[in-house]
Design a protein around this ligand. Structure first.
Ligand code: SF4
Length: 339
């Protein structure tokens, strides 16, 4: 086994919540369709509730339409962008409703931006038509409100700040650094190089159920930007204060800055080192002892289970002596929802 592990803040969060949840999402889940249990864990890992669906649509529209339009200095028509967002929401809803993700030959790559698995379809969570129309309206409203968002100085509009930048890179996922035994490669919503070529990181907060600790997530991204710069000796290193970190709450229309200092960086690096040993240990234990799902305890924390994507599968496996049968599982879901 390689000494290095892929570390992410979300993996650590899941491991802290419940080791069985970690096993479902980080060991078992596999996109291949030959092993039905692994495939089901994969589908559940991708599953979104209605709030996450709205958020992911706005996130995608920022990445593919709004940020490129700002970078190209195109005319910005936020009413048009809002309609494009609603159209994408519609495409994703239809994809999920048809369960197209279960069709032969349909992969995430093939489905592209349409790929979506909603809990109301996959595990038949109850919903009302008014929740759906409210969700579409919310997507439109969030996009239309973007030109009103102010930076933390309460004077500069976010849009003007972005327009003045030297460069904008949405959805950056290819910056990897090594920190002790961990590979750290965060997904970054937007990297900006401002008027003075200093880096600014923005993370879109697009759902209440998204990760709660944006501060740490942003500090990790800041560390990656800082360390990557050290790999280009022809350029001067960044000072910590050069790197600005902003959490942009698109739902509330606010921008919050997060501190990035030497002390905060040192604390986060300690945390990465400590938690990467936990991930490494559990992975080694699984491999050496051939552990399977039944070897992992359930958590005692009911609220973790309540919001766990694998909750139905977890209960089903417990009731069926850890034997997975797709037909029986589907019946189990239906019986549960009609109870
Ligand atoms: S439902 Fe609860 S016990 Fe089961 S994997 Fe999820 S968090 Fe863990």
């Amino acid at each position: 086994m390689s000494d290095r592990i892929n570390w992410s803040y979300s993996t650590v969060g899941v491991l802290r919540q419940c080791s069985r949840k970690f096993y479902f999402g980080h060991i078992l889940a596999n996109y291949g369709k030959s092993n039905k249990l692994k495939r089901k864990a994969f589908e559940l890992k991708q599953m979104q509730n209605l709030s996450m669906w709205q958020g992911s649509v706005v996130d995608k529209i920022m990445e593919t339409i709004i940020i490129p339009a700002i970078a190209n200095k195109d005319r910005l028509d936020f009413h048009l962008f809002a309609e494009e967002a609603a159209a994408l929401a519609d495409q994703r809803f239809a994809f999920s409703k048809k369960k197209s993700y279960q069709e032969e030959g349909v992969t995430k790559t093939v489905a592209g931006d349409d790929f979506c698995i909603l809990n109301i379809h996959e595990i038949e969570e109850a919903y009302t038509d008014s929740e759906i129309s409210h969700a579409y309206q919310n997507v439109r409203d969030v996009v239309i409100n973007i030109p009103n968002i102010l930076m933390p100085d309460n004077k500069t509009l976010l849009i003007d700040f972005l327009k003045e930048a030297n460069s904008l890179y949405p959805n950056v996922s290819n910056r990897q650094v090594e920190i002790e035994t961990a590979n750290v490669k965060p997904q970054i919503d937007l990297v900006i190089y401002d008027k003075k070529w200093k880096p600014v990181v923005m993370d879109w907060k697009v759902s209440d159920s998204w990760t709660s600790d944006y501060s740490k997530q942003l500090v990790i991204i800041g560390i990656v930007i800082y360390l990557k710069r050290l790999e280009t000796p022809d350029k001067p290193p960044f000072e910590y204060e050069d790197i600005k970190l902003y959490e942009v709450d698109l739902l509330k229309g606010t921008v919050k800055g997060h501190e990035f200092t030497e002390e905060i960086v040192a604390e986060m690096i300690d945390e990465i080192n400590l938690t990467s040993s936990d991930i490494k240990l559990i992975r080694e234990e699984i491999k050496e002892n051939n552990l399977t799902i039944e070897d992992f305890d359930t958590t005692d924390n009911q609220s973790t289970c309540k919001f766990c994507n694998y909750a139905t599968l977890c209960s089903f496996l417990i009731q069926h002596k850890f034997q997975y049968d797709e037909k029986a599982y589907l019946k189990f879901i239906r019986d549960k929802q009609s109870a």
